[in-house]
Design a protein around this ligand. Structure first.
Ligand SMILES: [Zn+2]
Length: 88
């Protein structure tokens, strides 16, 4: 298990994570990143990996998206009830 050091893409601070970690968090700017491990094709015998840091989507955004969809379905349902009672 190796400890990988990378520069934070957001603030340039030093990020440390283990080579089998899937995500990490910058302790300077508090941003979360998803770690993508890519085999480095330029290397010779030893398998080397490149570690790509992608900004993790905020869990709050997913929550708001789901809540918005639920409200939309609810509104459509209520509209359906109103219209069906109007025409019956
Ligand atoms: Zn940072």
């Amino acid at each position: 298990m190796n400890l990988i050091e990378k520069k934070c893409p957001c603030c340039g601070g030093t990020l440390e994570f283990k080579d089998n970690d899937r995500s990490c968090r910058c302790e300077y700017c508090k941003k979360s990143f998803v770690i993508e491990k890519e085999a480095n094709s330029n290397s010779g015998v030893d398998q080397e990996y490149d570690y790509q840091l992608n900004i993790a989507p905020s869990p709050f955004r997913a929550f708001f998206y789901i809540a918005f969809c639920l409200i939309l379905v609810l509104v459509l349902f209520v509209f359906g009830l109103v219209f069906s009672s109007m025409f019956s």
